[in-house]
Structure formats: structure tokens, C-alpha cells
Design a protein around this ligand. Sequence first.
Ligand SMILES: NC(=O)CC[C@H](N)C(=O)O
Length: 222
Amino acid sequence: MKAAVIVFPGLNRDRDMIAALTKIGGTKPAVVWHQDADIPDADLIVIPGGFSYGDYLRCGAIAARSPIMDKVRERAARGVKVLGVCNGFQILIEAGLLPGALMRNTSLKFVCREVKLEVVNAETDFTRGYAKGQIIRSPVAHHDGNYFADAETLKRIVGEGRVAFRYAEGTNPNGSLNDIAGVFNEGKNVLGLMPHPENLIEAAHGGDDGRALFASALKQVA
Ligand SMILES: NC(=O)CC[C@H](N)C(=O)O
């Protein structure tokens, strides 16, 4: 399994993501600078978190218009797996690869804490390492994580099994509609989520609940 990590100016979670993919996948992912002409051959493309372009305009809005995102769109259309975490999720939404919007947290504050997540759909390439309904721990760190979709879109994504994770046990940190923490595209080969599973993959992190997501995406779980 080959992975590639796309880096935009202002991201700060790229090194954590590269470390997680390297530790779990056994090989270092290709690191793609946003100005590179193309993405090397990869089975999994990851857009990490941070503050691309200083969160100016709207979080992810400027990065989403970068030419490298045309390449991400092309690969996604061919069925390549694409994962966006936090700012990466915001970029995928702004790029039109995922439905809905991520608004300012209802608290209007940056929230950095641990939440609990319910695995809503465990039958995808990203989530098969978990059980449906399993509650896992995950760190979050964002100010624009308040997921919103209009009623028709919400009905469609819920009906099509496109909610990947929900904030569980009253831990919704941002006011997200229906406690939604992560969503898939129609083909379920693109996943965006606000929590940071890459920061909970080993004992030194205090737990490894995030590990199964990468193990699944890197095809280590049958
Ligand atoms: N950790 C992150 O990726 C943060 C995303 C974005 N800058 C926000 O605060 O909402």
C-alpha cells in the first residue's frame, strides 16, 4: 500500500500524520508539496490538519482552490482512497469532494480536548477495523468543526450510510448537526473527519484507538 500526504502552507499536523502512516504502514508516505505538479502513484491520499493559509477567508477555502486539488479530485474519481483530517476535512468540503459545511464551533472557542466517537459505519475501507457501534476515544483541536448540512443532504447521507463517526456520550465539542464527526462521499472512498486519530495510535499517546482507521485504510484489516 502506497500513501501520499499533501502539504499546504500553514498545516501543522503533517508530521504527526506522516509518523502515523509510517508506523502503521511500515513505509514512509510520499510527501507532496501543494505546488508539485502531480501526486505519485498512491492507494491512499491524506490531507492532514492545521491552518492552511492561516484559515483566511474560510478554513480550507484557499487550499481547496489549489491546482493539486484537481489531481486529488481525479484520483478520488478513479476510486483512490482520500482521507482528510480536521483542516483536511475542511479542505475536502471546500473542494466539493464531501457534502455539507463546517461552521464556527457553537462555543465560538477553539476546542482542544478528548472526545468519544461512535463508529456508525464499520463496513468501509476506512472503518472495517472497528465494530459498528463501537465507542472509541479521539483528540479534537479546532475552532470550525460544527458540521452542517441542509435537511435533504442530511437525510441522504444518513440513509446512504455516509456518516462514519458521531460524537458519543454527550461529548459533541462543536455543535455539529446530529453529532456528526465524519462523513463519506457517495463512493465511500473519500472520508473527512474533524477528530485526530493520528494522535492516538500508541501507548506513548495514552491509547491506540485511532490505529484501526489507518490499519484499515492501509489494508491491514481483512
Ligand atoms: N487542527 C486543525 O486541523 C484545525 C483546523 C482549523 N484550523 C480549525 O481550527 O478549525
